[in-house]
Design a protein around this ligand. Structure first.
Ligand code: MGD
Ligand code: MGD
Ligand code: MO
Length: 727
């Protein structure tokens, strides 16, 4: 199935400039008058958690005016995506929280002083800990640069329950790479000559550097192959768009392995020297020839043979991208196995630590607070309440990420009683909202730290407003990915507009009444100065430059020892075997499938649009205006399937699953596998405090049951069957 380009929207690299000045009738192209007071301050964009781009923010006559990319940052190299341009304007969004809030008995919110909020929260938490110990306390946070502050706070209280959003995003992928090569590799896209993306769409799930690298590689003659049931923005520039049936990539990949091994196309020397378990893999893979796979993944066997041979013939400068969310981050029952197959395919062609292949990035190690006389609290030696990384529960799950969508379940059973939610919005971004709401409501104490009244904030006992990123300094960040070790930081650009505080001040304020004040007796400048010590860089220098490269820089062949039990890449994993999991990648059918006899039955899949971040930018007036102007809030449906049930382009349909129902307009397209409907993931805000976003569109989580993958604990967020009917 090959179709006309299905993308309606600009990809990340083609956004125009939206400036805050435009609100005042100015535009970015207006010339500067000599009398204007203009300052240009480097900081790090917070418009998403994925890129952390280095930016310059311009302040004109005291008002934030516009943003530019910092050319020195690896992740964006001088560019800014549409969200980055618009996000600075959130500073002036009238929906921001302007002072700490406390929920009243009637469910309304009244302003309270910081002192009152701190003393009431710590008094309540002290009682909960006195009765139950610290185990039922959790902290959930999108792991931005400030995450170490949360770890310190929770460890000081004695709780191991620090959790990230990972189980709804990437934990299946991470677990598989950890088991295979002992870490999460990066992709040397730029130097690759054959790039396969499996459910990865860097032009929609934006990574600016990756799009640039793919474009560079293509200019050098690389072939780009995109496996995606949908004609994504990246499929639009691919040499091959493989419209795989969703949830069945594993069959395609196993068959590729079969061809490469059976035909002897693998890198014999690399496999012999750097991997374990090849013989077992060869014995088991014989059951998965392309003739077997084509019936499952809906791609002709000839295509599978061709892609396998082309991929192997370009070795070692060929790669399957490590992936992110859409393909196998947390989507399916077989995501862990799918990610294992990806990791192993890269290994058999010997591309690890090779130019044009995968490499384990070298992150700079920041200096320690302890060295400055601030001892760390002991790390509690207790299992996590959610069972992540615990044998017999979710053995391959990540102990450091935890399982975010288990929190409401643990609250319902009383295992968690109190918690902090910071910079994340589980009530909108976790599966099964009514269950999530029930769980969070059951907590004896819920404190949300956000800049706006998210759905989660709107359920909390206390809402503590963090200063917007342009109003604060954060913990220094190491560059998120890539071959270079860089430091960047969120730096204050303007003074706080309201009675808000940066996270360190919030935690310090809470710590006093909790008897753990001794762990928070430093300022952010003192902390950041200590963090910089090993590099011979001063805080002033970093603040002036915005980004500084401190090494180490990855180069080919650096790594000789993988952090696995054998020290090699584990094609067969004895660790997985010991945990009672499949030690080799084996076919696993998806958990649910559309009803074959029901013409209205589809799998619901979803994805990012370049102009929105998760559920957090729908309330941005500029970005929401783009959604309206380009009519982006629509459910994609395959044209023939739609016509067979009397649905026309632009019709409103009712979408229903066993747990949810909603209506939305459709977009008919040839660019989607017939078994699926595809929903943009950035809409469906139901916090009535977010006036721009409220009530626009629907969200996949409304239709998704609460699932925990048995190996990793991830959410399996594409295991959804819906009925779609004309409204
Ligand atoms: N604009 C924007 N950019 C972002 C973000 C954002 O919110 N907005 N968030 C960042 C974050 S946290 C993440 S995790 C990444 C996500 O980055 P990606 O994982 O690349 O993005 P998604 O849109 O989630 O999914 C990519 C594609 O997976 C496809 N897909 C779904 N099911 C299957 C399947 O079974 N097989 C295959 N082969 N493909 C499938 C979807 O159709 C979609 O086109 O983006 C990052 N960048
Ligand atoms: N509905 C929906 N659900 C999803 C996804 C989706 O696209 N849509 N994607 C999935 C994926 S890939 C991921 S990574 C997760 C992400 O899910 P979340 O971690 O929940 O991410 P966001 O939706 O971006 O929510 C971020 C929250 O942080 C707040 N915030 C923004 N800036 C600041 C700040 O500076 N300080 C503080 N304290 N708060 C701030 C925002 O107002 C928002 O409430 O969701 C998963 N689930
Ligand atoms: Mo994500």
């Amino acid at each position: 199935m090959r179709a006309a380009a299905g993308s309606v929207l600009a990809s990340g690299l083609t956004a125009g400039t939206l400036s805050c000045g435009a609100q005042n009738g100015q535009t970015a192209s207006d010339g500067l008058k000599a009398a204007d007071d203009v300052r240009k301050i480097p900081t790090q964009c917070q418009g998403c958690g994925a890129n952390r781009c280095g930016i310059y923010v311009y302040v004109k006559d005291g008002r934030v005016w516009k943003v530019e990319g910092n050319p020195k940052t690896y992740n964006n190299a001088g560019t800014v995506c549409p969200r980055g341009h618009a996000y600075i304007k959130e500073l002036y969004n009238p929906d921001r929280i302007k002072q700490p809030l406390k929920r009243t008995a009637e469910g309304k919110y009244e302003p309270v002083s910081w002192e009152q909020a701190f003393s009431e929260i710590s008094a309540k938490l002290n009682l909960i800990i006195m009765d139950n110990g610290p185990q039922p306390v959790f902290w959930l946070q999108y792991p931005m640069a400030n995450m170490p502050l949360a770890f310190r706070f929770m460890h000081a209280l004695g709780s191991p329950n620090t959790v990230t959003h990972g189980s709804t995003c990437f934990t299946a992928r991470n677990a598989a790479f950890n088991a295979t090569c002992g870490g999460l590799p990066d992709n040397d896209l730029k130097n690759s000559r054959y790039i396969i993306l499996v459910g990865r769409n860097p032009a929609g799930g934006v990574k600016l550097q990756q799009i640039r690298d793919i474009a560079d590689a293509k200019r050098q003659g690389a072939r780009l192959v995109v496996l995606d049931p949908r004609h994504s923005e990246t499929a639009a520039i691919a040499d091959d768009w493989i419209a795989v049936k969703p949830a069945t990539d594993l069959a395609f990949l196993l068959a590729m392995l079969n061809v490469i091994i059976e035909e002897g196309l693998y890198d014999h020397q690399f496999v012999g020297e750097h991997t374990v378990g090849f013989d077992s893999l060869r014995d088991s893979i014989v059951t998965y020839p392309p003739e077997w796979a084509e019936k499952i993944c809906d791609i002709p066997k000839e295509t599978i043979y061709r892609i396998a041979r082309e991929f192997a013939s370009r070795k070692p400068r060929a790669l399957i991208h490590r992936g992110y969310h859409g393909g196998y981050g947390s989507g399916y029952y077989n995501s862990f196995q799918t990610a294992r197959a990806v990791a192993i395919l890269n290994a058999v062609i010997g591309n690890y630590e090779q130019v044009g292949g995968l490499f384990l990035p070298l992150k700079p190690t920041l200096g320690e607070l302890e060295k400055g006389g601030h001892p760390a609290p002991p790390i509690p030696d207790i299992e996590k309440a959610d069972g992540s990384g615990v044998p017999g529960r979710y053995p391959a799950g990540s102990y450091s990420d935890g399982i975010s969508h288990a929190i409401p379940e643990l609250a319902l059973t009383g295992k968690l009683k109190a918690g902090f939610v910071c910079h994340t919005n589980p009530v909108r971004t976790n599966p099964n909202p009514s269950r999530v709401i029930a769980g969070y409501k059951k907590l004896e104490l819920l404190v949300t730290i956000d800049c706006v009244m998210s759905e989660t904030a709107a359920l909390s006992h206390y809402v503590l407003p963090e200063s917007f990123f342009l109003e604060r300094d954060d913990h220094i960040d190491t560059v998120h990915s890539g071959p270079v070790g860089q430091l960047t930081m969120v730096q204050q650009v303007v003074k706080p507009m309201y009675d808000t505080k940066p996270l360190l001040d919030i935690i310090t304020g809470l710590s006093k009444g909790l008897g753990i004040g001794k762990y928070f007796n430093f300022t952010m400048d003192e902390l950041n100065t200590l963090r910089l010590k090993p590099f011979g860089v001063t805080l002033d220098e970093l603040k002036k430059e915005g980004v500084i490269e401190v090494g180490p820089r990855w180069s080919e062949g650096l790594l000789k020892h993988f952090k696995t039990p054998s020290g090699k890449i584990e094609l067969y994993s004895s660790q997985l075997q010991a945990w009672g999991l499949d030690p080799l990648p084996l076919w696993q059918a998806p958990l649910v499938s559309p009803a074959p006899s029901d013409k209205n039955s589809f799998r619901l899949i979803h994805g990012k649009q370049a102009v929105h971040t998760h559920a957090m930018t729908a309330n941005n007036p500029d970005l929401m205006q783009l959604s309206s102007r380009y009519d982006m809030i629509r459910l994609w449906i395959n044209r023939q399937r739609a016509e067979a049930i009397g649905i026309e382009d632009g019709d409103t349909v009712v979408v229903s699953s066993d747990i949810g129902k909603g209506s939305v307009r459709v977009r008919l397209t040839d660019g989607l596998h017939p078994s699926a409907v595809w929903m943009p993931s950035g809409y469906g805000i139901f916090s009535k405090y977010l006036k721009t976003a409220y009530g626009k569109g629907i969200n996949y989580n409304d239709f998704l049951n609460t699932y925990f993958d048995p190996a990793v604990g991830h959410a399996m967020c594409n295991e959804i069957i819906v009925r779609v009917e004309k409204a």
